[in-house]
Ligand binder design. Structure first.
Ligand code: G
Ligand code: MN
Length: 286
């Protein structure tokens, strides 16, 4: 009988050549380099109406890490926050998104769809945010009416936060629109509708996932649509993956839809410039 191997001591692991070549978790220095070495990428995902016409494209940040592959913001924003890199990364996203928006607007002067950029209240209320956004718009030549800020919340907001309110009103005066992202989960709360001047709410995908089969989710989503109708806010459904979800959401009057049923996030490409209708989209003939 073979003698059982004793459990590896911690430093045996360090001497194991296979383990030694495994990359450690991403660190702040790598993220700092990533920002300056072009490893951050912007992906775009379509948001369409019931006829699959483009309403907006949401900008999704990714980090193409040399060892770990493509990382999503959930995987590296905590690191960015700890390293004090949230502001420079946020500026980079806005600058690049404004450039792409300006290119799309030049290419298609009739462009009436929006580019949605995720932004936190902390970013919005940081000193100098408005100036830096204005700088991005001016440098790129983008028409601000094409920009939608998607407010994401990872911490509670003061109710109401007058500083934030003032910023948002200033931005809306420039023609930007505002969306409440991941609505109904975490800190994206009903109480925000009492005081935030928003144009869109994006229903979190967790409410969409089991539609149209669960009574509770139908009740919540239909209730939200009624609430939004009364407040004159448009509703966007996130995470639409099936035709059943899409048909049901259309039947109850949802304004726009985003999800793998229509397309996966992709980097901006020349054909994206001119595409105002998703040709491969699952739309029924009129
Ligand atoms: O928080 P926010 O809703 O902005 O997050 C969007 C994220 O959801 C993106 O990372 C995107 O890749 C992902 N996503 C987009 N559409 C779908 C979908 O239909 N299903 C799932 N599971 N994820 C999606
Ligand atoms: Mn979003």
């Amino acid at each position: 009988m073979a003698t059982p191997r004793p459990p590896a001591a911690p430093d045996d692991h360090a001497r194991d050549p296979a383990a030694a070549s495994e990359p450690g978790p991403p660190d702040a220095a790598q993220l700092h380099d990533a920002l300056h070495q072009g490893q951050l990428r912007l992906f775009y995902q379509s948001i369409v109406d019931a006829d699959c016409r483009l309403v907006a494209r949401e900008v999704l940040l990714r980090w193409q890490h040399p060892q770990h592959g493509l990382l999503t913001p959930e995987q590296f924003l905590p690191l960015a926050e700890a390293a004090g890199l949230l502001a420079p990364i946020g500026d980079w996203v806005l600058d690049n998104a404004c450039h792409t928006l300006a290119q799309w607007q030049r290419q298609q002067p009739a462009t009436d769809w929006l580019v949605g950029v995720n932004i936190s209240a902390a970013q919005l209320t940081a000193p100098g945010f408005c100036d830096s956004l204005l700088g991005c718009l001016q440098r790129s030549g983008a028409d601000p009416t094409g920009l939608c800020l998607e407010l994401i919340e990872s911490s509670p907001l003061e109710q109401p936060d007058n500083n934030l309110l003032q910023q948002l009103n200033q931005l809306r005066a420039l023609g930007l629109s505002l969306a409440l992202d991941d609505f109904g989960t975490g800190y994206s709360a009903l109480s925000h509708l009492q005081w935030l001047p928003v144009d869109y709410i994006k229903i979190d995908s967790s409410f969409v996932r089991n539609l149209p089969y669960t009574h509770r989710d139908r009740a919540i989503v239909e209730g939200l649509l009624e609430l939004a109708r009364r407040l004159e806010i448009q509703v966007v459904a996130e995470g639409v993956e099936t035709l059943e979800q899409f048909d049901y959401l259309c039947s109850i009057g949802c304004f726009a839809f985003q999800g793998y049923l229509f397309d996966r996030p992709a980097e901006a490409s020349p054909q994206m410039y001119s595409q105002a209708q998703l040709t491969a989209a699952p739309c029924r003939p009129n």
